[in-house]
Design a binder for this molecule. Structure first.
Ligand code: NDP
Ligand code: PYC
Length: 348
């Protein structure tokens, strides 16, 4: 889309509003501070929401603010939580988020995780008792920036039916992977194990659009393309029984294994408040330096050959769209729907 010159503001075209990243940042922080979120958390949340808008990830950008305000007003999140990082001689880092939002807990624990991965070759971080609403790619990217390969996963609320079932049980359970490359941006994927993030379904509902067939069931267990019925019913896992098994794995690893809630238990805790999910997150970090020692550059070069062979077929790498958006939005700003912009204005 052609950027609107600053002189032509108010920058509104065909139901869309253009904001610079600085304006997105100011607006986001204003909403969070207005609803009494402590400055440390407001900063961490603002960073992650602006990063989502910068990378054109609408389902985890400013659209989340309305749900965050609902969460903050529900009493289901500790607005001034102080995350506590615990380490011992093992390769596990534990961060008690103290009932607060997850981004600050991640930021505080990540340096310890990186240190342990560099020391032991493999390390894991369990974030417990956090309210979670973010995409996971900022976390695996941050670790890749330190030369670390990582996997991140978390449950959510029970919104997704297991393959062959009709009732919601799993969360939308995202799974992210980051691989540092010899040059430039890391290889990163990050997806829900449902057909799509629930935020995407909500955006379809908000914009009055049907969802594609195959995404969801209505409350009676019948296939639906109605986004409202899908939200009242159940999303489907991607890849049928394969996504269902991956989603189960995430429930187990980022739930019982780390001493935290499953998506069904998170929904019980919510008790109809419609707040963001409350549970844990697991991040596994691996150091190519320790795995490979002096052979590291040879094998990372071979990894580059693999990635180049994907692109040379005309396929694209995951995150390529995001990295391209990142280049563009820094100068062109981001486009919000007028509906979205008006909703945010009501939150201040
Ligand atoms: P998508 O299905 O849009 O995409 C997921 C991944 O696939 C991205 O890495 C994307 O890269 C990549 N991708 C998409 N199309 C292609 C293609 N044609 N070729 C190669 N790669 C491709 O995302 P989802 O709706 O599944 O998830 C969106 C976000 O929601 C995620 O960031 C996830 O973390 C978040 N989420 C968070 C939850 C939580 O509980 N905190 C729950 C569920 C989801 P690109 O971005 O470049 O398009
Ligand atoms: O979009 O499915 C989702 C989601 C759940 C929690 C955060 N995002």
């Amino acid at each position: 889309m052609t950027p609107i010159p600053a002189s032509a503001r108010p920058r509104q075209v065909d139901g869309l509003v253009n904001l610079s990243l600085a304006e997105v940042e100011a607006l986001t922080r204003q909403v969070l501070v207005h609803h009494q979120l402590a400055p440390t958390h407001s900063d961490a949340l603002t960073d992650i929401i602006v990063a989502a808008e910068r990378d054109e990830c609408a389902s985890h950008g400013v659209y989340r603010l309305a749900g965050l305000v609902r969460t903050m007003n529900s009493g289901k999140v500790n607005l001034s939580a102080t995350p506590h990082v615990r380490t011992d001689e093992t390769s596990i880092v534990r961060v008690d988020a103290d009932g607060g939002f997850s981004p600050l807990a991640f930021n505080m624990g990540a340096p310890e995780l990186a240190k342990k991965a560099h020391r032991h070759g493999i390390a894991a971080m369990a974030i417990n008792r956090c309210v979670h609403f973010t995409a996971l790619w900022p976390e695996v990217e941050a670790l890749a920036d330190q030369g670390i390969v990582s996997l991140a996963m978390t449950p959510s609320h029970s919104w997704v039916a297991p393959a062959g079932g009709k009732r919601p049980l799993f969360g939308t359970n995202p799974f992210a992977f980051g691989w540092p490359r010899l040059h430039g941006n890391p290889y990163v994927f990050d997806f829900a194990t449902s057909m799509v993030a629930r935020g995407e379904v909500e955006l379809h509902r908000q914009n009055g659009k049907p969802i594609p067939p195959g995404w969801a069931l209505d409350p009676d267990g019948n296939p639906t393309t109605d986004a409202s019925l899908a939200m009242a019913g159940a999303l489907l896992t991607f890849g049928g029984h394969k996504g269902s098994a991956l989603s189960t794995m995430i429930e187990l690893l980022a739930g019982p294994l780390i001493g935290d809630l499953t998506s069904a238990e998170s929904a019980d805790f919510d008790g109809g408040a419609k707040a963001a999910p409350y549970h844990g997150e697991l991040i596994i970090a691996l150091s190519p330096d320790v795995f490979l020692g002096e052979a590291k550059s040879e094998y990372l070069q071979r990894a580059e050959t693999l990635l180049a062979d994907i692109v040379s077929q005309g396929a694209r790498l995951p995150s390529q769209r995001r990295f391209e958006a990142r280049e563009r939005t820094v100068s062109d700003g981001v486009w919000l729907t007028r509906i979205q912009y008006d909703i945010i204005k009501t939150l201040i």
